[in-house]
Design a protein. Structure first.
Length: 216
């Protein structure tokens, strides 16, 4: 996979663990014995004090093959200062040059990939989109249809949040995403709206009336 990115002139930051890249770690062991794996340490704070311990090296073959892709490797271990326990550990390969000045940004970017993916899944599962394991049921195309509808809804809502001032305003007034969906469900159960914009305008008017106390 890494080589295909290189062929398209795209850089990458991929997870690389001993179980999936044994040849890489054989090289690392050799480089460590010759003091060619470097260490760097920083202090961070995300809900507490942490020590971020980095190791890295540049120009290491990814596999045993003679024409193996040469990559740069780094590792991060996050230690919680309050109790000395390991909070996080992972290792990555990339084509970005790694040194004491770039290691933190590279690791942050690598971790952000999983952060973004996990938070998207969390929204789809817990914030009103009802993405469930039972989407796997169905004999033909049910699972894919339900999943596609969910992802499309999430996409459109994300776009609306960026470009539609009225949508952003009503989202802020109505609180949580899940609560907003519940409001829509209640309104459309009892009232008929000409369009999506009609619904949003109605919700904004009702919110204004509630805020001002004007019931006339």
């Amino acid at each position: 996979m890494s080589q295909s990115f290189v062929d398209h002139q795209v850089n990458f930051i991929f997870v690389a663990l001993p179980s999936s890249h044994p040849a890489l770690y054989e090289w690392l062991s050799y480089l460590e014995d010759n003091d060619n794996v470097y260490a760097h340490q920083e202090r961070g704070r995300t809900g507490g004090e942490y020590q971020l311990q980095y190791r890295y090296t540049n120009g290491i073959p990814l596999r045993k093959e003679q024409l193996a892709l040469v990559v740069n490797w780094c590792e991060v271990t996050v230690i919680r200062e309050s109790d000395g326990q390991q909070h996080y550990h992972n290792a990555f390969v990339t084509l970005h040059p790694i040194d004491d000045g770039t290691i933190a940004d590279i690791v942050t970017a690598a971790r952000a990939r999983w952060k973004s993916e996990n938070e998207n899944h969390n929204v789809l599962k817990t914030k009103g989109y009802h993405l469930e394991h039972n989407f796997g049921h169905g004999h033909h195309h049910l699972a894919m249809t339900l999943l596609t509808l969910n992802v499309l809804a999430f996409l459109f809502h994300t776009v609306l949040h960026v470009v539609d001032a009225a949508y952003e305003q009503i989202r802020q007034q109505r609180g949580t995403r899940k609560g907003f969906f519940q409001n829509i469900q209640t309104l459309t159960k009892y009232l008929l709206f000409d369009s999506w914009q009609h619904l949003i305008d109605f919700m904004l008017d009702e919110a204004t009336l509630t805020t001002t106390g004007n019931t006339s």
